[in-house]
Every structure is written in C-alpha cells, then in structure tokens.
Design a protein around this ligand. Structure first.
Ligand SMILES: Cc1ncc(COP(=O)(O)O)c(C=O)c1O
Length: 487
C-alpha cells in the first residue's frame, strides 16, 4: 500500500504558495496581512507572521468540509496516529469534548462519565441535554490526589443500566498518571457502546515506547489530543481522532461546524501541520531528549533533602493508576516546610521558574520537546535555593478528601437554562447549583449544574479557599464568595 510521505507539510506549503502570489487582500482579516497592524504589535511579533494570518481564502480550504491541502494535512495526521479520521480543532479539546458528546447521545439520553473529567465535559452535558451517570474516582491519600474509578465500577454501572449510550473516560490526568484504559475500552465495547477517551494530556504518547500507551492502541472510538499542551502546535489547536464504526462521522463534523468559529485561524492550522510533521520525522529523538531531561531532573531533585519527585513505582502503588508519563515532574515540597502554593509563588516570582500548577503539597513541571540539559540545571539550582533559602516551617496542609457525589436534582441543561441568583456560599446549603465550581488543581468540578449543594461540598470549597488555591466559578469578594443557584 502507498505510504504517505510524513515529511510533507501540505497545508503550510499551500499557504506559502498563496502568500508568495502577493494578491492584494480585499478580504478579512481587517489588518490586511499586516498592512493595518499597529506598530506596537509589529515591534513585538515581527512582520513575518501577519501575511499568514488568513482564513478560508481561495485554495486555503474550509474547515467545515476540508478539501485540498487541509484535507491532505488532516489525512496525514490520521495516518500518523493510525486512526480512520482526524479533525483539526481550533477551539482546543474543549470543542472536541463538546462535539463528541453531542454526537454520542441525544437530549434526555444517558452517558457514563468518569467524574475526574475536565469542565468542558460538564459543559457538553448541559449543552446537549444529556443525563450523566458519574463514576466516582478513588481518592489516594498517599499521593494526595483524586485518581480514577476502577474498571469494575464501569462494568457494574453498565450491567445495571442498559439505557447508557456511551462512556467518557478522562485519562491521563494533569499529573501524567493514566488508568487501565484497555479495560475501560474493552468493557465498553463488550456492551457495544462507544467510548470517548479525553487524552488531552497525551498527544505525545504514540511517539515513544517509554511513554504510556495511547487509547488509540486499544481501539477507542474517539480520542482527544491537546497538541498544544505537550507538542508544539499553538494554544487552542487540538486533534480529535475517530475510529469509525460506532460514531456517526457526519454528525460529529456537523457539531464541530456549529461549535467552531467560521473564521478558523490559518496560523493554528499551520501549527498543527508542523507539529504532526515534527512528530513524524523527529518525534522519537525529541521525546527521548525530553524523557532524558526529565529523568535527570527527577534524580537531581530527589537528592535534595526535603524534596521528593513522584516515580512510576510510587504512582503504581495507587489502585487506579496503571502508568505514569515520565515527562511530568510532580514534586512534593512539604518536606521543606512549604505548601505547594507557597513554593509555586517563590519559584515564579523570586526564582523565575514557572510551574504548570501547584496544589496543597506539590508543584508540577511539564518537561516537553523544548528542553535541554542546561535548562534542567537552572531548574535544579532553583529547587536547591528553594530548599535552603526558603525552607520554612509552614504547617503541612493535606489535600481534602473529595465529598461524596452531590444529588442530581435537575438535568445539567435544566439547571443551566433556569433563572438563577447569586447567594453566599455559606448560605447555599441545600440549594441547586446553576453553575460549576472547580477548585484548581485538580480542575475537576466539585459541584456541577443541577446538583444539590451539600455541607461536604461547601466545606471542601472552603478548604481550598483557605489555603489560597484558585476556585473557578465563584463570584463575589474573596472574603465572601458567592455561587449561582437556581432561583
Ligand atoms: C483533561 C482535559 N481535557 C480537556 C481539556 C480542554 O483542553 P483545551 O485547553 O485544549 O481546550 C483540558 C484542559 O486543561 C484537560 O485538562
């Protein structure tokens, strides 16, 4: 069979050709390929980028029904990832979750959702009028984090309720831990249902044997990759992969058309074409370098007194964790008398190292294909300073145990569409939430649309606020947070 040439970049080449034609632009965008750009922006970005900031001009292809160079670029991505079809996304994996879930089930139908899902999944439930049945993830005291539900929970839920239309699994998590995805996929398929795996943090997995397996390998029907998170494509660009059979590809494309901008940025699409080619031609080498950098830094930081970096062995002691992405460095800082939020601030503001996130006891560093050893040495030095100059005696704080699932009183859609009012969090007990509240990290909603607010939920949110963690969705003053409830 003819093997496509993965070193090609058909979309980028097509744009270069278009720009070289020097057509006078009497179309959008209004800056006319840079002519009307303010000098301030030019002085920051240079002037090479603007001619390429185009959308859907002649021959550049239409994201709604890709033909020509855009179709070629998407087909190359599908070939590389070994799937039937790949969609380029310009509104991140967020729009991928939305379109995929709207395709999987109709209004009033049930889907099984692992509760460790990103907020875009909860948003899609509300948008589509879907009825969620949640699988509660385990909480691992040792790791101080919410992990995943067990495959047996999925089996039990599917056995119990034959009206479920599809399964949404989120793996890996932010920290690079993944669960027993093969088991989840196999069980779902035994019930002849489709499964969407939100693998937003695993776009690099297929390109190196030391990385965890991708859900694509096990035949997931839909797999999402935020290529902007771990590969080199621009922020907001992602891939949605489809294995044909259980999913209506036409419907999926229709939902993407409805939800995405009708003026897709050629810059985002070019960056996807380049990221795919980069992985195809240099993925193994670049990821080997990233893994080597991460391993070096892991060992070095582990040898600093008071600091501890998670290893695969430690992660696997957790019942629901099957694998760990070695490029994610989860560093426990409580041994030097700091909590994660304090360490994060010192690292960023004083030591000029910006972690991806912090939680009660940890900070998380992403090591990606952009790394080299000299940068790792700088990071090591920063952690040495953190562990000496900033060593403290802050009382250790423990990540709170997540509350039991709150009762679902209205469907997410009913709650979203109801009229609502803002009430003080402390007086919201027993009210039905008209919104999501999401403590960061782990970025998993503790309360979602239509759920009754319990005492445990309020206490959980307060524990996050008290330690200075971010809690998305609350309004009102910091000292008097408010929440929107159905009125
Ligand atoms: C697990 C997961 N899924 C989906 C998303 C949404 O991805 P994007 O930022 O590409 O829209 C995120 C973002 O953090 C995520 O962590």
């Amino acid at each position: 069979m003819h093997k496509p040439d993965q070193s090609r970049t058909p979309y980028i080449d097509g744009l270069i050709k278009y720009v070289q034609e020097n057509r006078l632009p009497f179309h959008m965008p209004g800056h006319k390929q840079g002519q009307g750009i303010h000098p301030l922006l030019k002085s920051i970005l240079g002037d090479k980028v603007f001619p390429y900031d185009l959308t859907e001009v002649d021959g550049v292809a239409n994201l709604n029904s890709p033909t020509g160079i855009l179709k070629e670029a998407q087909d190359l991505a599908a070939d590389l990832y070994k799937v039937d079809q790949t969609f380029f996304l310009i509104n991140g994996s967020t729009v991928g979750n939305q379109a995929a879930m709207l395709t999987m089930a109709n209004r009033g139908e049930k889907v099984l959702v692992t509760r460790n899902a990103h907020r875009s999944v909860y948003g899609a439930l509300a948008l589509g009028g879907l009825i969620p049945t949640y699988l509660q993830p385990l909480y691992d005291q040792n790791l101080g984090m919410i992990t995943f539900p067990l495959p047996q929970q999925l089996e039990d839920a599917l056995k119990k309720d034959t009206s479920i239309k599809g399964v949404i699994l989120t793996s890996p998590n932010y920290y690079g831990f993944s669960t027993y995805i093969k088991e989840f996929i196999d069980i779902t398929h035994r019930y002849n249902l489709p499964i969407l795996v939100d693998e937003a943090h695993g776009a690099h997995y297929p390109f190196h044997p030391q990385l965890p397996p991708s859900a694509i390998e096990y035949g997931a029907d839909l797999v999402l990759h935020s290529t902007h998170k771990t590969l080199s494509s621009f922020t907001q660009s992602s891939l949605l992969h489809l294995k044909k059979g259980k999913i209506d590809a036409y419907k999926l494309n229709s939902y993407l058309n409805i939800l995405e901008s009708s003026s897709p940025s050629c810059l985002l699409l070019m960056s996807l074409d380049a990221a795919r080619m980069q992985m195809a031609t240099q993925g193994y080498e670049l990821l080997s370098q990233a893994i080597a950098c991460a391993e070096w830094l892991r060992n070095e930081i582990n040898s600093i007194s008071g600091l501890q970096v998670y290893t695969n062995e430690k992660a696997k002691t957790s019942k629901a964790i099957a694998d760990m992405d070695p490029t994610k460095l989860t560093i426990m800082v409580n041994g030097i008398g700091l909590n994660g939020y304090e360490a994060d601030k010192i690292l960023g503001r004083e030591l000029k190292i910006e972690p991806e996130l912090a939680d009660h006891k940890k900070v998380l560093l992403f090591i990606t294909i952009g790394e080299d050893l000299s940068r790792m040495k700088e990071v090591k030095k920063a952690f040495e300073i953190l562990a000496t100059r900033y060593r403290n005696t802050t009382k250790p704080i423990t990540y709170p145990h997540p509350p039991p699932l709150p009762p679902q009183e209205l469907t997410p859609e009913e709650a979203l569409k109801s009229s609502s009012e803002s009430v003080e969090l402390l007086s919201s007990l027993g009210r039905v939430s008209a919104q999501m509240v999401t403590p960061y990290p782990p970025g998993l909603p503790v309360i979602s649309y239509g759920e009754r607010i319990t005492l445990e939920v309020i206490e959980y949110i307060q524990e996050f606020l008290e330690v200075g963690a971010e809690v998305h969705g609350l309004n009102g003053e910091d000292h008097n947070p408010k929440i929107r409830v159905v009125s």
